[in-house]
Ligand binder design. Structure first.
Ligand code: DGY
Length: 438
């Protein structure tokens, strides 16, 4: 690999040439990454990939906006503005905005049964948005657009507090594995086993007609996922009823760390676009969430772990989400120990960062969040190690990410053992990460 991440021999397995294209000063993978975003553009919002994910996804779009911002800032703002059209009156920014109909995905708007225009799903996703918006602002300096977006972000962060931490204990609750973005992580096995497999909605999966079933969640996972959707629909998507009713209730270390980072970014934005009272309000949440996150440390595993809020027990499964308190700027003195943990993982796989601890018996190198490497998670963990002053692991993760993409293309995720691309191809957020690292 060369410094810009291109393959030394200039031609990679997927036929991507590594050199600069004539006269443009832009490398071919960078050109390809921009093309992927343009090809996945559906007129102001970017689908994660054609067919498998034909709508606008929340955290995908946050990363994608940061990717657009590297070469087309107005388009980056548009991505965010389109996502915010899905925001509910109570502040929720849903996981999916169904801007235009498609038969390629299950569950569609009819299953969610949400009354909103445009139609949306009814659950959140990891709140990367304030962090993304701040980065788009830095790239573009467009204060007028920023000023219009700021109140939506504040409203959304208040939603997290009111809907998911009404007791003000510090950590927000997650009620569905889809909310974590890490749907079938082995961390959810025990709490998810509490969810019945019976569904009233007929399950008509489309994902396994686009992607090899061995790379996707199992049938039983889907039964439980849809059971929860049925249950929440019965709760009329009321946050109080959902929190009380859900048999799956966890404090996801990933969501909470991403929220803490977003709160810090929102705090800075509030200094320019909000009021001192709003800054003070955000500061209270930052302090409370940070202190609660500290308690998720696992000395045994050498990283942070999630908590089962129904059983009141820690979830002793090491996952890549356990490194994200670094990204939140809250790992403190634990950062060197986390670097040691990463080193242990590196001894078991050839490419970092696998989504599940490779020493865990539930590790599976091909199956979605049970083991594969995801570029966006790598980007966050590398950023976290960097800000903790651990530059060697940060650089290793960044160079592994570039190598994976330049060798296997812009896949949805990657095999940590042989670096092969897995899941969907021409993936928007993988392209965005390439652009952010370039
Ligand atoms: C899916 O359908 O696979 C998604 O991960 C849900 O967000």
């Amino acid at each position: 690999m060369t410094d810009d991440g291109t393959a030394e021999d200039g031609m990679t397995e997927n036929g991507m040439t590594g050199g600069a294209s004539a006269g443009s000063g832009v490398t071919e993978p960078t050109e390809r990454a921009r093309t992927i975003l343009r090809e996945n553009d559906r007129g102001g919002y970017t689908v994660p990939t054609a067919r498998l994910y034909p709508f606008q996804w929340n955290w995908d779009s946050a990363f994608v906006a940061m990717g657009w911002a590297t070469f087309d800032a107005p388009r980056a703002w548009q991505e965010i503005e389109r996502l915010l059209r899905g925001q509910w009156e109570d502040g929720l920014i849903p996981q999916i905005v169904f801007h235009a109909p498609s038969d390629d995905y299950f569950p569609g708007p009819d299953v969610w049964g949400v009354q909103h225009d445009p139609s949306t799903s009814g659950i959140p996703q990891p709140p990367v948005l304030a962090t993304a918006v701040r980065r788009v602002l830095d790239a573009s300096g467009d204060e007028a657009r920023m000023a219009a977006i700021y109140p939506h972000l504040l409203h959304n962060h208040r939603w997290w507090e009111n809907a998911r931490d009404p007791g003000r204990r510090g950590l927000v609750a997650t009620l569905h594995p889809w909310e974590t973005g890490m749907d079938n992580s082995p961390a959810w096995d025990t709490p998810l086993a509490r969810v019945p497999t019976a569904t009233r909605t007929a399950i008509r999966r489309r994902d396994t007609s686009h992607v090899d079933a061995a790379m996707r969640p199992r049938a039983e996972d889907y039964q439980r996922f849809i059971h929860l959707v049925d249950l929440f629909r019965d709760c009329a998507w009321d946050p109080v009823r959902m929190l009380a009713a859900s048999p799956f209730r966890v404090a996801d270390v990933g969501t909470n760390a991403i929220l803490l980072r977003a709160e810090r970014d929102l705090f800075d934005l509030a200094g320019r676009f909000g009021t001192p009272a709003e800054q003070a309000e955000i500061a209270v949440r930052i302090e409370r969430l940070g202190a609660a996150l500290d308690r998720l440390w696992s000395a045994d595993l050498g990283l942070f772990i999630s908590q089962d809020l129904r059983a009141h027990t820690p979830i002793a499964v090491g996952t890549s989400a356990g490194f994200l308190p670094l990204y939140a700027g809250r790992a403190g003195a634990r950062a060197p120990q986390m670097a040691v943990t990463l080193q242990r993982w590196a001894g078991r796989v050839s490419r970092l960062v696998p989504s599940t601890d490779p020493d865990d018996p539930r590790f599976e190198r091909l199956r979605y969040w049970c083991g594969p490497v995801w570029a966006v998670v790598n980007w966050m963990i590398a950023d976290g190690f960097q800000r903790a002053g651990e530059t060697a692991p940060a650089e290793r993760i960044r160079s592994d990410t570039r190598a994976l993409i330049s060798n296997a293309g812009f896949s949805e995720y990657f095999d940590p053992a042989d670096g092969n691309g897995l899941g969907g191809a021409n993936f928007s957020w993988t392209a965005a990460v390439w652009l952010m690292l370039a």
